[in-house]
Design a protein around this ligand. Sequence first.
Ligand SMILES: O=C(O)CCC(=O)C(=O)O
Ligand SMILES: [Fe+2]
Length: 397
Amino acid sequence: MEPVPVNRWSRRRPGGSAAANSNCNNNSSSNYNNSNNNSSNSNSNSNTNSNNNYSTFQEAPVLSEQHWWSAFSVTQGSDASWALRAREVFKRAGFVIILDALGAGGCDEVLQACRRIEREMLRLDPELLGCRDPGRYSFGAAARSGSLLHEPAWRHLLDCQPVLAVLDAALGKDWRFCGAGGDFVRGGSVHYQALHSDLGPQRVPLEQRVDWPPPKVAVNFTVQPIGADFGPMRILPCCKVLDRGSMPPCFPIESEASRNSKLFPLPAGAAILRDLRVWHGGTPNLTPETRFLPNVELLSPKYATYIDDDDHSFGAQTHCNACKASACVLPPKDHAGSALLCPKVYGMLSKACQDHCQAVLSARSEDIPRGIRPHYARLQQTWLKGSGKGSGKGYHK
Ligand SMILES: O=C(O)CCC(=O)C(=O)O
Ligand SMILES: [Fe+2]
């Protein structure tokens, strides 16, 4: 099946009003790399495109509790072709949920590790500023090394056979792990996190700014059952930031349906495979408990080749011969020399998993920086200012 182009912000809202695009400088006239997108502009007043050429899939561009489960999830091992079906959903929607991916023992060990690291992080953030929005934290951004690949519990996420099977089916054998971390949102966090992409288009070479294959993939795991009020991630199927014209809307003009496009209910042990460029964001956690979504991240073979170019300087202030600019578009943590997987953890992995870990394997455990960066916390309020259009992760820089 061909990837389905969706430009839901080009759609007119029910009742005829077009999505507003004032206040946040949002460019709603994006094409989403849409090979058969008509992009006929039928609403010149509102400067939005209107594409009414929807397939069945396109008619469901936001998730609702009633339909998303069957359209976007696959239970691992349910039949002989489950991995291929998962690959098709991933290709079509930009994400797929694999149910029963992680066993109860793995979930429990990872959850305990998440809670321990949360405690360490909060000790260094007495004002509870967060590092995404208040109450929202990124393990990777807080870690001294930029990654949790050295954490023994994360071996369960690296060595998850159903996930490896779908990734091999989707990307071939030569994809490789590049990082690990994930996010948590504390109980009582009432705000949404604005929609964003986790991979700015400027970090992707022009020829790879296409719908498929994804240059970079995140695999988040549920380690607790996720209900509606427990801060489920929200995601917009088929909507990706491929270029500067396909940024998501800022929060103030996001529709209610989009805000409610939440991945719930999810049991513990589900894996959410996501093209980093898919529009997604956080939702309120109205419970008293912290919700965790630990992850591992990986590169497509083609994007790995781009990163491996020796001419990249990986410096924001260093001339880059690969980028032919006064700065490199890639962050230092993308450098192939960022070997952060502890050899002891590597030794516990299956051969199939080890094959995808060669680039991140550290020669010596003691070379890996451990612990939390002392000044990782910083106040953001993405629900006020929206998606942004800068470098990096959209709203961050
Ligand atoms: O924790 C979530 O639900 C989403 C967080 C996220 O996407 C981010 O911080 O980049
Ligand atoms: Fe994100």
